[in-house]
Ligand binder design. Structure first.
Ligand SMILES: *Cc1c(COP(=O)(O)O)cnc(C)c1O
Length: 236
């Protein structure tokens, strides 16, 4: 078990975090969202455990990671803190078992085969794995995610899997600097989300918005924004 290290909080990290929190609050007000209705998920991929520890001092308990081996190493070091881990990276089918065993959430489920494996491999002593379906809203062949027209069938399938709890949708739209165009992409995801709820699924999580587009995502109804570089600094 690691000893409790004394962690000095970097003033720069504190300042960046405060700025992101302020952007979220301002966007909530500006777009008529209830105060506190948008959750900030810090994305700690490529960052050392010391950075995660610093954020826990600021009250954060949930972290997003994209690379399995890296995430498992950090989880081991930080076991004593009892954090909530969100897997947000691409999933290869031969990696589903450790994901099912070691994460609380997966945002990047985009096909039935992966969903079935995660459900079967979820340990029975744990609560069902919270799942968002990654959806392709930019219609680029290179982007991962299920196409919007196939989403309802996948959602209906995942909703019935006993090891999973379908919570919502996630998307990573193509990078776009124009605010209205950012909004238009997120609007597609929100409309798909609303349609699934109208069909009777009780989805509560719209995981959309990152460092460069979180305001547009909040404008369109994001309930969770995933932010890495604007909190921790640029990745190399
Ligand atoms: C890296 C990553 C983020 C964070 O991106 P930033 O632009 O650094 O805020 C969010 N979501 C996913 C799926 C990512 O892989």
């Amino acid at each position: 078990m690691p000893e409790t290290r004394s962690v000095t909080t970097s003033p720069l990290l504190k300042q960046r975090l405060a700025h992101v929190e302020q952007r979220i609050r301002e966007a909530e007000i500006r777009f008529g969202r209830s105060p506190g209705s948008v959750k900030l998920l810090p994305v700690s991929k490529t960052r050392p455990v010391a950075d995660i520890e610093q954020l826990t001092r600021a009250g954060y308990r949930a972290f997003g990671e994209s690379y399995l081996q890296e995430a498992l190493g950090k989880q081991k070091e930080l076991t004593v803190l009892g954090l909530e881990w969100h897997f947000i990276g691409p999933i290869q089918s031969n990696k589903t078992q450790p994901i099912a065993q070691h994460f609380d959430w997966v945002h990047s489920v985009d096909r039935e085969k992966i969903a079935r494996r995660l459900s079967t491999q979820r340990p029975s002593e744990l609560p069902p794995l919270n799942v968002c379906l990654q959806t392709n809203i930019s219609s680029e062949a290179t982007k991962s995610g299920i196409d919007l027209d196939q989403l309802p069938v996948l959602a209906a399938c995942v909703a019935r899997l006993p090891g999973l709890r379908l919570r919502g949708l996630m998307a990573i739209p193509a990078r776009e600097s124009d605010f209205e165009r950012q909004r238009a992409a997120f609007r597609h995801l929100r409309e798909a989300f609303d349609a699934l709820n109208t069909d009777g699924l009780a989805l509560d999580t719209l995981s959309m918005g990152m460092s460069g587009d979180l305001e547009a995502a909040i404008a369109e109804g994001a309930t969770l924004v995933r932010v890495g570089s604007d909190i921790f600094g640029p990745r190399n």
